[in-house]
Write a protein that binds this ligand. Structure first.
Ligand code: TXA
Ligand code: MG
Length: 349
């Protein structure tokens, strides 16, 4: 059984946090809230605990873990050194949803870095996470607290849905405020590079740093398009198949109408138009669609700016790259056939 430690997010009960910290120091696994999503924490100096994180999630050991601490001093042995860029970014954006990949120190072993030369570190901006990290008193490695490839948890209930009985405890402080994961910024090269868009925007980073590289996930062909397979991990994915429509809510609704003529159970994934509100709703909305037993979801992409980039990135991955750029009959038939949902020849003649 997984113990549930319920706390007030702003003023978490120190007794509950002491319990969670004791479990982690003993090599146990504790899920806890951050401002982005719930993480699954293990202390970095306990090798068996780190191995258990990968086992509980079903995560390949080739995927490195982010190390969390309550402040920059907490990374003393985890990080080999801070250049001016890393120091400036840490001062400006921490605590906050920015993970910096920097040269690793002796406390960041191969289990955490997946054998790479860089380690991802971040100070989360959530009072419960910060209080817990201070109580643990050691760096905590924490991937998102979901089964590998699934949607990240934005509530303790989501953690339990996937990991109940597989982890020791979850600290439940209610929903996470941001709703999508941190921005991962690689600082090990000459030019900083965004590996995953997230809570700190590209605009923010460029303002702070100057040039920043990023690889946006985009379609390559009209009609039904898919990105290059290398970029397309089946990641952040709901069980219900998802298709993206470019061109806002009108394009989405046109796609739903066109598909509904051919197959039942097609639903719009309703998200707020404001990117911040959409980020907060995204993963919960995907989980709800799964629970309702929707057969096919269609979502509109957001304007690719600010937090909209992070939302589009997650939508794109959840859709396995399926982007409908044209709701015409041929594209719709092709797409439905590819999904095994009728398509060519069914429905209207
Ligand atoms: O918001 C977040 O980042 C949440 C909360 C819990 O902090 N954590 C999270 O962790 O999303 P995870 O493991 O689900 O995603 C971390 C991403 C992965 O894509 C991983 O490959 C990348 O960050 N990453 C971590 N360490 C890295 C490193 N040393 N080099 C390159 N990429 C790294
Ligand atoms: Mg994850």
């Amino acid at each position: 059984m997984t113990e549930v430690l319920r706390v007030d997010p702003a003023t978490p009960d120190p007794v509950a946090l002491a319990r969670a910290a004791a479990i982690m120091r003993g090599g146990g696994l504790v899920a806890f809230p951050t401002e982005t999503v719930y993480g699954l924490g293990a202390v970095v100096d306990h090798d068996a605990a780190l191995a258990a994180v990968f086992a509980a999630k079903g995560r390949p050991v080739t995927d490195p873990l982010i190390v969390h601490a309550a402040d920059r001093d907490g990374f003393a042995d985890v990080v080999a050194g801070w250049d001016d860029r890393a120091e400036g970014l840490a001062r400006r954006f921490w605590p906050g949803p920015l993970t910096l990949v920097v040269p690793r120190g002796p406390a960041a072993g191969d289990r955490v870095t997946a054998g790479g030369a860089g380690v991802g570190v971040r100070v989360p901006a959530h009072p419960t996470a910060l209080a817990l990290l201070r109580t643990v008193g050691r760096p905590v490695a924490a991937p998102s607290a979901n089964r590998f490839g699934r949607v990240s948890p934005t509530a303790a209930q989501h953690v339990l849905e996937e990991l109940d009985g597989r982890i020791d405890a979850v600290v439940d402080a209610g929903p996470t405020p941001l709703g999508v994961e941190s921005t991962v910024l690689d600082l090990t090269g000459a030019v900083p590079r965004v590996l995953r868009p997230g809570g700190v925007t590209l605009e923010d980073l460029r303002e702070a740093l100057g040039p920043v590289e990023h690889a946006e996930r985009r379609s390559v062909a009209p009609g039904v398009a898919a990105a290059s397979p290398g970029q397309l991990l089946a990641h952040y994915a709901p069980s219900t198949p998802l298709v993206l429509a470019e061109g806002g809510v009108a394009a989405r609704d046109a796609a739903v109408a066109a598909m509904s003529e051919r197959t039942p159970g097609v639903e719009a994934l309703e998200l707020p138009e404001d990117a911040g509100a959409a980020a907060q709703r995204l993963y919960g909305a995907l989980r709800e669609a799964d629970r309702r037993g929707a057969r096919l979801l269609v979502a509109a992409t957001l304007d690719p700016e600010g937090l909209g980039r992070a939302v589009n990135d997650r939508l794109f991955r959840a859709a396995h790259g399926r982007l409908l750029t044209d709701p015409g009959a041929t594209s719709v038939d092709h797409l439905l056939a590819a999904l095994g949902l009728g398509g060519a020849g069914t429905g209207r003649s």
